[in-house]
Design a protein around this ligand. Structure first.
Ligand code: ADP
Length: 535
């Protein structure tokens, strides 16, 4: 039966703490998840707004950045030899200038405009006045023949040549490459993979294109800090990069199918707010769990103590009843026998002694129980009065002498004169309890020594009772001063007691501003010391 009440009494508070804690944790987790999702949604919306705005700006910038040049057709047929070709091979500057400026110079047999060739020849002859070095003039001619005659045979070259510089050289080269690209991609469009040119379109005799550098610059100018920017017509690529990250895309109106996608550069950063919240919530939950578990532990401990106390109380009631009944019964028996005058004079003397002893034991027991109850209820009044402690201890020893003698125990004392203010009755009660225990637990023929001394330096006095009894296990030493506590060993079964003696001694010592301590080793006897400040 008690076992069942034990488990149910602990089970209930455990469930009462653990279940709400689990529900709290689940709710907190769900709340956090919802909040995390809300933060992610908010970031996603922000990304969508950003990318839509950026796509609009980008479309405008790309439109503004379109470059173009005219396509000049390749010569339809190579020219036929004419006297002008001899001028081109010669050094006659005037003739060369005339040829360059003429409107009907025609094409050389190699298919190059004679005006251009005249201009180049003039450059060769008279490099000063132009920044174009002869080596580059040479390569220009080679390029014009080998790669893209249409560009170099254009009027652009004719117009620019006299004042040409290296910049123009770059431009011609670039135009050559772009024209070559158009041959590769005759339909033009957005060139995802080409590094020089991103967009190409040929119409109405002109090539329009977007330089890759222009596109990069336009992207770099977009207000998209913290995002990786990706511009492509390849939807699979965009899909691959999307994944679970915070990303958004919007079409760029510049070209059909072109999309601008942004992906948060640091998803950890995006999740930071979430993580911070989780940390907080985790911390709070941990604290709540710790507090609850602490509380649970305390409830467990309190319940266990309560249960132990109840068990000890029942034990106490049983002990007190026994301790009262036994002497009362023997006193009654002996008194009846004495009254009937049925005993021999020797036995009658012994009966008188026994009646006196049992009476004294009863009186100590009743005194202890009553005092214990008074102290418990805070009704015990302490009467501190000057007292000759030496006489008080000596008198108490005399009172205890018959009890000791009965067990063939020698009571020894070492007392010094001492006058202090104490509750004399209480101190005597404490000493009686200490001596009673010492005599009760000591073997016959042993000695119990009582000393009274004072420490002038510390201004304290102390009464110590040392016996040669069985001693007390270290684990029990802290508990023997608890009310009703009696160690559950053989000694307890063999000796009578109520478990309140030492708790009374402790209460009395504390009422005097002092304390009671025990020094003991199993098998080596025990020494109880009551210490109190001198008043
Ligand atoms: P009681 O003596 O009625 O059991 P006490 O409170 O006086 O109650 O003592 C509590 C317990 O302390 C005792 O049951 C005993 O186990 C132990 N004890 C007290 N004094 C001694 C002693 N002098 N020698 C050995 N054990 C002692």
């Amino acid at each position: 039966m008690p076992k069942r009440s034990k488990s149910s009494s602990l089970w209930l508070p455990t469930v009462a703490v653990i279940v709400p804690l689990l529900i709290l944790a689940a709710l907190a987790w769900m709340g956090l998840e919802a909040q995390s999702q809300a933060i992610r949604d908010e970031k996603k919306e922000e990304a969508i707004r950003l990318v839509e705005d950026a796509a609009e700006r980008l479309a405008r910038k790309l439109a503004d950045g379109v470059l173009e040049f005219e396509i000049y057709p390749d010569p339809p047929v190579p020219g036929t030899t004419s006297p002008a070709d001899a001028v081109l091979d010669g050094t006659d500057r005037a003739a060369l200038i005339a040829l360059r400026d003429s409107t009907d110079a025609g094409f050389s047999p190699a298919g190059l405009p004679r005006r251009v060739l005249a201009a180049l020849r003039l450059l060769e002859l008279d490099p000063p006045g132009t920044k174009l070095p002869p080596r580059e003039v040479e390569s220009l001619v080679r390029l014009s023949i080998d790669e893209c005659p249409s560009i170099l045979t254009s009027r652009v070259l004719e117009e620019l040549l006299p004042a040409s510089g290296e910049k123009d050289w770059d431009r011609w080269e670039k135009q050559a490459r772009i024209r070559a690209l158009l041959h590769e991609h005759p339909e033009g469009g957005w060139l995802d993979s080409d590094r020089d040119c991103r967009w190409l379109k040929a119409s109405e005799g002109r090539i329009r294109y977007l330089d890759a550098a222009v596109v990069s610059e336009a992207i770099a100018d977009l207000p998209l800090r913290g995002y990786m920017v990706h511009l492509s017509t390849d939807p699979t690529q965009i899909g691959r990069m999307n994944g679970a990250l915070i990303s958004a895309s919007a079409p760029v109106a510049f070209v059909e199918g072109l999309k601008l996608e942004i992906i948060h550069l640091n998803p950890m950063l995006v999740d930071d707010a979430i993580r911070r919240q989780r940390k907080w919530a985790g911390g709070l939950l941990a604290v709540a769990a710790a507090v609850s578990l602490g509380g649970l532990l305390m409830i467990h401990r309190t319940l266990r103590r309560e249960r132990q106390l109840n068990e000890m109380k029942s034990q106490f009631v049983a002990s007190v009843s026994h301790e009262l009944r036994a002497p009362v019964a023997s006193i009654r028996l002996m008194a009846d026998a004495l009254e009937a005058e049925k005993v021999a004079p020797e036995t009658a003397k012994e009966f008188h002694r026994l009646i006196a002893r049992e009476g004294a034991r009863l009186s100590t027991l009743v005194g202890n129980v009553l005092d214990h109850a008074r102290i418990e209820q805070g009704r015990r009044l302490w009467k501190m009065e000057p007292c000759d402690l030496e006489s008080l201890v000596a008198d108490t020893l005399r009172v205890m002498e018959p009890l000791a003698k009965e067990k063939n125990i020698t009571l020894r004392s070492d007392l010094s004169p001492l006058e202090v203010s104490v509750d004399a009755g209480a101190i005597q009660q404490a000493l009686v309890n200490l001596l009673d225990n010492a005599i009760k637990f000591s073997p016959a023929g042993s000695t119990v020594e009582t000393s009274l001394s004072n420490d002038e330096e510390r201004r304290t006095w102390r009464i110590a009772v040392r016996d040669e009894g069985p001693g007390i296990a270290k684990a029990e030493q802290a508990r023997i001063f608890e009310r009703f506590y009696r160690p559950g060993d053989e000694l307890r079964r063999e000796t009578q007691g109520t478990g309140i003696g030492l708790s009374l001694v402790k209460a009395i010592a504390e009422a005097h501003g002092g304390s009671v301590t025990v020094e003991s080793e199993p098998g080596q006897g025990s020494s109880f010391t009551l210490t109190s400040p001198c008043r």
